[in-house]
Design a protein around this ligand. Structure first.
Ligand code: ZN
Length: 121
């Protein structure tokens, strides 16, 4: 889906349906009612336009799957320690506890050292 194409379509609707077609279709309504209908229509279009512009900003950050993966990686996960060794809770890379990285050097997973536990790694 192309957000800019959708925004262009909304602009076209605004021109054709919000003004010309609106007045033709509702010609029997009083002018103040027509004006209110057109104003409501433009307000709704503006809402959709703003929503899509916001969506476009999110899409520039990355795909939904990429954002989900990044969010998961940036949420610290506690590690299990055994015999001075720990494994990254995401990729499983083993390291000595002498090197307490806050983020796994291999996969970028955030590591929560405040909740580390002794156990099988
Ligand atoms: Zn890792």
């Amino acid at each position: 889906m192309d957000v800019q194409k959708a925004l262009d379509i909304i602009e076209k609707w605004n021109f054709f349906y919000g003004q010309r077609a609106g007045r033709e279709l509702w010609g029997d309504k009083p002018t103040d009612v027509q004006n209110q209908d057109i104003e409501d229509f433009k307000r709704d279009l503006d809402y959709i336009r703003q929503f899509m512009e916001e969506l476009q900003q999110y899409r520039q950050v990355g795909t939904v799957e990429e954002c989900r993966t990044d969010r998961k990686r940036s949420t610290p996960i506690p590690v299990m320690i055994n015999g001075g060794v720990y494994k990254c809770p995401s990729c499983g890379t083993g390291r000595s506890v002498k090197h307490r990285y806050n983020f796994c050097p291999k996969c970028g997973q955030a590591i929560d050292w405040s909740k580390m536990r002794e156990g099988e790694v």
